[in-house]
Each structure stands twice: as structure tokens, then as C-alpha cells.
Design a binder for this molecule. Sequence first.
Ligand SMILES: *Cc1c(COP(=O)(O)O)cnc(C)c1O
Length: 414
Amino acid sequence: MKTPFVSKEQLDQITKEFPTPFHLYDEKGIRETARAVNEAFAWNSGFKEYFAVKATPNPSILKILQEEGCGVDCATDVEVMMAKKLDFKDISFTSNDTRAEEFIYAREVGAVINLDAYEHIAFLEEVAGLPETVSLRYNPGGVFALGTDIMDHPEESKFGMTKAQLLQGYKDLKAKGVKNFGLHAFLASNTVTNDYYPTLAGQLFELALEIKEETGVELSFINLSGGVGIDYSPADKQNDIAVIGQGVHEKFDQILVPNGLGQIKIFTELGRFMLASHGHLVTKVLHLKDTYRHYVGVDASAVNLLRPAMYDAYHHITNVSNPEGPLQVVDVTGSLCENNDKFAKNRELPEARVGDTLVIHDTGAHGFSMGYQYNARLRSAEILLQEDGSAKLIRRAEKPEDYFATLYGFGLEG
Ligand SMILES: *Cc1c(COP(=O)(O)O)cnc(C)c1O
């Protein structure tokens, strides 16, 4: 059973103060997860989680993670600006198809640059000069499998470089005077198994030995990146980060330590695992409609949460106002002029009534941040449920003048 992290009484209070829809984040849960991740990798003295900013780019959230000892991974110069403004000391920059200005800026603020392409070595050198520390992103091609389970298809992924390019890259960088080296790979997304990180780590640790042998480069850090998933569906098993950390530890002790590479630091760039389950999209039922199906129309839409429309992703829904109501099979829809604007299809839910409050679960990562403004539907507010139980507005909802602000000569720019 998935239950909201907020009680009905709390939600009634919050929705009285702030109009729906909004994303609500759970500070207590965020801190607990950050601590569990740090604890799981405490065996590695240089361990750091670089939270993937793109998952939840809100300064109040980033500040909480900073207090818990996390750094940030940025993909664009604007994300780096946010990190810089928040005074993050540990910033990594993992981008692809990167503009020159972005490399220049990342270099200027001292972010650790992780290169997506062999070709970017020459590009970075030309536009910004090579820093002392450079990380390279690996793509082994083929499929990424755990036993007989195919988890993802790296050969179809635009990210990373081949092994030959990687080895040549380290040789080139070393010859050009680079001093510290990192290795990065992201081979499967939203994995719901404790074996993903340990399997990935095993492959990267073996590769570290090969890199040392072929190029003489001893890596300073290995970045396992993101990809550890959460249980979006009640049918999914929850990942156990302690078991995952232990699994990576075992590979580390088996492969790196006996080969004199026990000083390598482990980094992660988790986004989803850190935040997804600590966010709810809170919405109210506006209308009921019966045609060939039963429709529950809510005041949120795909602009607030794109994952169902984009990936047909499952997000659990709780009717907080009528949890014991008789079950009904319904489609839960937003208002966009797009038939994919559905949060649930043929879902069995307790009877929804006009005015009921629904919680759409697990929207804390890649939720608000993937939002857009189709149909001139504006972005929602973001609210933090603080540890003391009080609610704090951490981003206001957009107003029409925000939507018009970038136009010239229209007269409604505000
Ligand atoms: C998106 C992304 C992440 C975070 O991925 P999650 O699946 O949210 O953990 C980490 N690193 C990079 C480079 C990414 O692009």
C-alpha cells in the first residue's frame, strides 16, 4: 500500500492556504534518504552524491541536500548558475552536445567536467583550455543486462564514448598535462533492483584496471551516475540503498583494492532515488464525465507532470477525501487539448467526487521540472512540507504576466 506522506488534516489546511494544483515536497523524507545514501557508501572515504539538479531544480530543495553533504550535477550553464548562487563547493558538469559558453562557464566556476564525447576533448581544449581534472563518460554499446533481464540498450544511447575512444581519451589528456581522471557511466534508467549499481560498478572497476594497464592512468574517481529507481507502482519492490552500497563495496574490495586502486572515490548522481518519492502533485477534482469511460477531470494536467503522457509512466493516485469510497474504474484526466493528458487509464480508484483532493504520488523528481506551458496552462507552485509540519511556499505559481513576459509589443508583459 502506498500512502501519502501528509495527512488529510494537513492537506486540508494546506489546500485552504494554497490553491491546487501544486507540488508538495517532504523535507523529512528528503533528509532521511540523503542520510541513507551517505550511510550506504560511508565505507568509501571520498564518497559524494552529486544530486542531478535537473530532477528537482528548486533552490530550497538543493539547500536541504547541501546541508546533508551532497554536491550537485548540472547539465546546463543555467543549472550551474543556480548551484553557484547557492554556494555549492562540489559541482560536476555532465552535459552533452555542449555549447562553448557552457564549457567556459563550467571551467570558470571550477565544476568538474565530465566529457560525453571523445571529440569534446579537442573542443574543450580549444574553447576553454583543459582543467586539471577531467572525467570521461563511457558507453559500452550492446545491451545492459542483469542475468537474462535486459535493463537498457546502451548501443541506442547518444551518451558516452566507446572503450577505444575512452582509452585514447585518457592517453590524450595525460599527454596534455591533465592530472586527475574520472570515469562515468549511466547505463540503465529507473532500475528497480538492488543489482544495478553493483553490476555497473563491477564493470567499471574492471575497466579501471584496464585503463591503468593500457594508459598508465590511475583514476581518482568513478561516478556511478543515476539510474537507481523507485517503486512507482505498489507492485514494484523498493530498492534498498544499504544493500546496494554493500554490493558496490564488495566489488570494490574484490576488484580495486587487490590491484592497488583502493583510493578511488565513488561518486553518484542520483536524482530520482533522492527525490521522487518525496513529492506529491496535489490536485482537486473539477468535473466528472461519463461517456464510453468514466472520466475524473482534475485541475492538474500534463504541464505539471509529463511522465504519464510522455512515457505512459505509472503514478499511484490516492483519493485523500474519500479513501474508503466504492471502487470505480476511471481515467483521470487533465484539461489539455491532447488525449494523452491522462494521469491514469482504466484505473480502479475509490469513487471520486467533485471537490475531492487527490494525491498523485512520486512526483518529486522529473515532475515539476519537465513541465511546460502547452495550452497556456501555467506552471504550478512548489511547496515544502517542513520537518515541523508547516508548509512553506518555495516557488509561487506562474501568473499570466509571466507567460507574456518574453513578448515584445503586446502590452501585457507586466
Ligand atoms: C538524469 C541524470 C541523472 C539522474 O538520473 P536519475 O535517473 O534521476 O537518477 C544523473 N546523471 C546524469 C548525467 C543524468 O543525465
